[in-house]
Design a protein around this ligand. Structure first.
Ligand code: PMT
Length: 406
C-alpha cells in the first residue's frame, strides 16, 4: 500500500500510542503499525485484554519494535513505561479498532484497563476508528457515546458501510487503513498560519578560537526543528536558520546553515524584515573570541588567556526593526525562571518568550522532551513536560492566537 507523501511528512517522528480494543477488526491493526513505522513514527501498542484474543501481542511487538502493554496492574510494564508516562509520551492516541464497549467506557471516563487509563490522562489528541456490528453502531447508546466523545474533542474516523464479519451488512466496518492514517495525519495540519512567513533560528553557534577549536554549547536543534515542522503544518512558509546540528530537516522547510553568531546575525537581518513571525530558539553564544587565529595555536605556555567580546544580540536587533515581525524569544534559565524571562521580554522588547529550565537533563538542551512557560505582556501559560514535537504544536497554536490579536 502506498502512503501519501503529506501523510508521511505529518506523521514522521510522531509518537503514536496505538490502542487496540476487542473487535474482529483487530487484525488490521498490524497493517496500521506497519504503515506508521513506514512514516517513521514511533509506535507503542496498548491492547485491551479482549483485543489479545483477536491478535497476538507478539505480532504487534515485532512490527512496532516496542513491547506491547495491556495490563494496568502489571508492575513490570508500569516500571518500563507506566500509564502516566505513556499518556504524556504520546503525540497522538489512535484507537483502531475502537469497540462499542471501549467507546462506552471512554464516554463515562472509566480507567479500568491500561488503554482507558491512558486516554483519561493524555493531553494528546485522540482518534477513534470504530468497528462493531451494525446494530451495535446504530444503537442510540453508542450514538450518544460517540457524540459525547466528539464534543470532548475526540476525532472519529469511520466507520465504513459494508459487509460485516457476522454476515450482516451496514455501518460499523473499520474504515480503510489509509483513511485512518489520513485522519490521524490531518491532526498535525492546523492551517493556523496559512500564507504567513515564519523565520526560526535553531541549534548552537560556534565561535572559533583558531582553525580547529571553537566555543559552543549543547543545543541539538531539536526544539527549533520541531517548531519549524509545526509551523509548516500550520501552513506557514517556514525558513529555518540552523547552527551546526545533526537533526534531519523537516519536510517543506527551507533551511539555511550557519556556524557563528555573526553569520546567523547576517542572515536573520536579511530575512527578518520580510517575515511575519520570528522565533529565536538558537542558543547563540553570548561571547566570541576577539580574534580568530588562522592557524592552529601551538601549545607553549602553561596557561593561555582568551579575550572574549560580546556577540551581537540578534533577537533584540530583530525586535528593534522599524516594522518588527511578531517576535518570540526563548530563555534558557537555571533559576528564577519567570522573573528572568520577564526581564528579557522587557530588555529585548519581545512579544513573547518561552522559558525553559536548563538544570534538568530530561528537558531543555539535547533532550527529546521539554517543558516551558510561555509569557507575554499581561499573561503566561505553563506547558508541562511532553515531547518537543507535541510542545511545538501547542506553542505554534498559542503564537498564532497572539499574533492574530496584536
Ligand atoms: O536545541 P535543543 O537541544 O532542542 O535545546 C533547546 C534549547 C534549550 C536551546 C532552547 O529551548 C532554548 O532555550 N533556546 C534559547 C537559548 C538561549 O540562548 O537562551 P538565552 O536566555 O541565552 O537567550 C535569550 C534569547 O536571545 C534566545 O531567544 C536567544 O536565541 C536570543 N539570543 C541570545 C544571544 C544572542 N547573542 N543573540 C540572540 O538572539
Amino acid at each position: 500500500m502506498n502512503i501519501a507523501l503529506h501523510v508521511k511528512e505529518r506523521l514522521g517522528l510522531r509518537r503514536v500510542v496505538l490502542g487496540i480494543a476487542g473487535s474482529i477488526a483487530a487484525y488490521k491493526a498490524a497493517e496500521i503499525v506497519r504503515m506508521l513505522r513506514e512514516c517513521d513514527a514511533e509506535v507503542r501498542v496498548v491492547m485491551t485484554p479482549a483485543a489479545t484474543a483477536f491478535i497476538a501481542p507478539l505480532t504487534l511487538q515485532a512490527l512496532s519494535n516496542n513491547p506491547v502493554q495491556s495490563d494496568l496492574l502489571d508492575p513490570h510494564s508500569e516500571q518500563a513505561m507506566g500509564h502516566i508516562e505513556l499518556a504524556r509520551w504520546a503525540d497522538v492516541v489512535l484507537i483502531a479498532p475502537a469497540s462499542a464497549d471501549f467507546i462506552a467506557r471512554l464516554a463515562i471516563g472509566r480507567s479500568n484497563d491500561l488503554l482507558a487509563a491512558v486516554c483519561l490522562v493524555t493531553q494528546a489528541p485522540i482518534v477513534l476508528a470504530p468497528a462493531m456490528n451494525q446494530s451495535m453502531w446504530s444503537h442510540p447508546a453508542t450514538q450518544k457515546n460517540c457524540s459525547v466523545l466528539q464534543q470532548r474533542g475526540m476525532l472519529l474516523s469511520g466507520p465504513a458501510i459494508g459487509d460485516q464479519a457476522c454476515g450482516e451488512y451496514g455501518p460499523g466496518r473499520l474504515i480503510e487503513v489509509e483513511a485512518i492514517m489520513e485522519a490521524t495525519a490531518q491532526l498535525f495540519a492546523t492551517r493556523l498560519l496559512t500564507n504567513k512567513r515564519v523565520v526560526i533560528t535553531a541549534g548552537p553557534t560556534r565561535e572559533y578560537i583558531d582553525a580547529v577549536r571553537y566555543l559552543s554549547n549543547r543545543s541539538s536543534g531539536k526544539m527549533g526543528f520541531a517548531l519549524a515542522a509545526a509551523a509548516v503544518d500550520a501552513g506557514a512558509n517556514t525558513l529555518l536558520i540552523a547552527g551546526p546540528v545533526d537533526v534531519p530537516s523537516p519536510a517543506r522547510v527551507t533551511r539555511l546553515n550557519v556556524e557563528s553568531a555573526r553569520e546567523m546575525e547576517a542572515l536573520c537581518m536579511q530575512q527578518a524584515p520580510q517575515c511575519d513571525i520570528f522565533i529565536s530558539v538558537a542558543a547563540v553564544a553570548d561571547y566570541m573570541p576577539d580574534k580568530k587565529s588562522a592557524h592552529k595555536i601551538k601549545k607553549s605556555d602553561a596557561q593561555m588567556t582568551l579575550t572574549l567580546v560580546r556577540t551581537p544580540d540578534i533577537l533584540a536587533q530583530v525586535a528593534a526593526l522599524p516594522q518588527p515581525p511578531f517576535t518570540v524569544g526563548f530563555a534558557a534559565e537555571t533559576e528564577n525562571l519567570e522573573k528572568n524571562a520577564r526581564q528579557k521580554i522587557a530588555d529585548k522588547k519581545l512579544n513573547m518568550i518561552a522559558v525553559n529550565s536548563v538544570n534538568n537533563d530530561e528537558i531543555g538542551f539535547a533532550s527529546d522532551d521539554n517543558e516551558v512557560t510561555l509569557l507575554w505582556h499581561g499573561g503566561q501559560e505553563f506547558m508541562p513536560r511532553t515531547s518537543k514535537s507535541q510542545l511545538a504544536r501547542l506553542m505554534i497554536e498559542r503564537i498564532a492566537q497572539h499574533y492574530g490579536t496584536e
